[in-house]
Design a protein around this ligand. Structure first.
Ligand SMILES: NC(=O)c1ccc[n+]([C@@H]2O[C@H](COP(=O)([O-])OP(=O)(O)OC[C@H]3O[C@@H](n4cnc5c(N)ncnc54)[C@H](OP(=O)(O)O)[C@@H]3O)[C@@H](O)[C@H]2O)c1
Length: 368
């Protein structure tokens, strides 16, 4: 059984040193997808230690998305490095996705299931640890009903079936109100005020898990994430691509938060040690409120091109999370912002693969 206070104090000590060690060993350039995937799934000593202490198996629901495979591989590598025996399941519909074979080859037991099917949820193995990554965002406009069903009904089935598990739930910073950069970003105690139906349904997802936690005593941790950086997609990918192709960069939204997807995965898995009833809430993102103009100018320097802008970059409100609580719990991210910018520029310059999935970080009317 995981004893949380003991586990957390030992992990805190490990985190003091590990970030410095990892930063010293970061490559100058990431030049291939295998190299990228290997780095994204490199477990930290704190995560390995958590896996050594964590009781039970792990199930990742919604593993078929942009972050799922990274997180599944990260968990598996941490488990192996800890020298413990745990099964890891990965559940998704896997429609139009070629990741299933890769997951199986690495040792993740995949289950193809539509989690809107109650019977499918009820037949899932009741693992002690659940990473909940299911979500629907893009395409909401015109099919709002499917977004609500995915983000609210699936949690209803899952929170009931996994009532005896601990559950880490991926939520989003979009449940917060839009704020100006001068606020420093929303903290975990900022009251939610979601804009538009996608964000409202995400608050619905949180409320359903909180309700299940209340009636069953299920330990839950809600992660409000803004935004993960994998060099194949992400806010930095969006800005770098615009600069590289000579398109003007819109400053209507002046700032953003990002975190290396490997660090987001570490924080999410470490959050298994912070689940509670009522649920814990943690913002997961990087510590900087990054200026869009500043980032675009850094990319222009690295590409050796000029950059142009539209919009005035003044006085607007946007999605910003304050990461102070997360950095106190998990330490600072292991990949600094300037390293992310350098890696991203080189990825674009070399023409390496893009997922072709813009983040639409500039959307502030809630319509996706
Ligand atoms: N990436 C970010 O920067 C970011 C930022 C804020 C919040 N988040 C949230 O964090 C979570 C993980 O992020 P992500 O980028 O990996 O999300 P994603 O790419 O949208 O992946 C979510 C996955 O959930 C699965 N899913 C959806 N409906 C399902 C159903 N009915 N049954 C079974 N599986 C279903 C889908 O995989 P299949 O098609 O294979 O079923 C989908 O790919 C999501 O909830 C996302 O909204 C992510």
């Amino acid at each position: 059984m995981l004893r949380l206070p003991e586990a957390c104090s030992a992990l805190d000590q490990l985190r003091q040193t590990e970030v410095q060690v990892r930063m010293a060993s970061l490559p100058q350039v990431i030049d291939s997808e295998p190299a990228l995937d290997a780095l994204l799934s490199l477990p930290s000593p704190a995560l390995i230690e958590l896996m050594r202490r964590l009781d039970g198996d792990l199930i990742v629901l919604g593993i078929g998305g942009k972050m799922g495979a990274t997180l599944g591989h990260l968990a598996l590598r941490a488990i192996r490095a800890a020298g413990v025996s745990k099964r890891v399941w990965g559940v998704s519909r896997f429609h139009g996705s070629d990741i299933r074979g890769g997951l199986e080859a690495r040792g993740i037991n995949t289950i193809g299931a539509d989690l809107l099917d109650r019977q499918a949820v009820d037949s899932l193995p009741r693992a002690r640890n659940v990473m909940y990554m299911v979500g629907r965002k893009f395409g909401t406009s015109g099919t709002e009903d499917l977004t609500w069903a995915t983000n609210v009904i699936v949690p209803t089935y899952v929170s009931d079936h996994f009532r005896d598990s601990r559950i880490v739930v991926f939520s989003t910073g979009c449940v917060y109100p839009l704020v100006s950069a001068s606020t420093g970003g929303c903290t975990e105690s900022t009251p939610p005020d979601p804009v538009g139906e996608y964000a409202q349904s995400c608050l619905g997802r949180e409320r359903v898990f909180a309700y299940g936690s209340g009636i069953h005593g299920t330990p839950v941790c809600l992660l409000r994430l803004n935004y993960a950086v994998d060099l194949r997609y992400g806010v930095l990918h969006d800005i770098a691509s615009q600069v590289y192709s000579g398109k003007p960069v819109d400053l209507s939204v002046s700032h953003f938060n990002v975190i290396w997807q490997g660090d987001a995965g570490q924080h999410a898995l470490l959050a298994l040690g912070h689940c509670a009833s009522p649920p814990t809430v943690i913002n997961v993102t990087g510590p900087e409120l990054v200026s869009v103009k500043w980032a675009a100018e850094r990319f222009a320097e690295l590409f050796g091109v000029d950059v142009t802008f539209t919009g005035d970059g003044q006085g607007q409100r946007m999605y910003l999370n304050n990461a102070a609580e997360a950095t106190a719990l998990f330490g600072y991210p292991s990949v600094p912002l300037l390293t992310l910018i350098r890696w991203q520029a080189e990825w674009i310059r070399r023409g390496l693969r893009s997922l072709g999935m813009p983040t639409h970080y500039g959307v502030v009317d809630g319509v996706y």
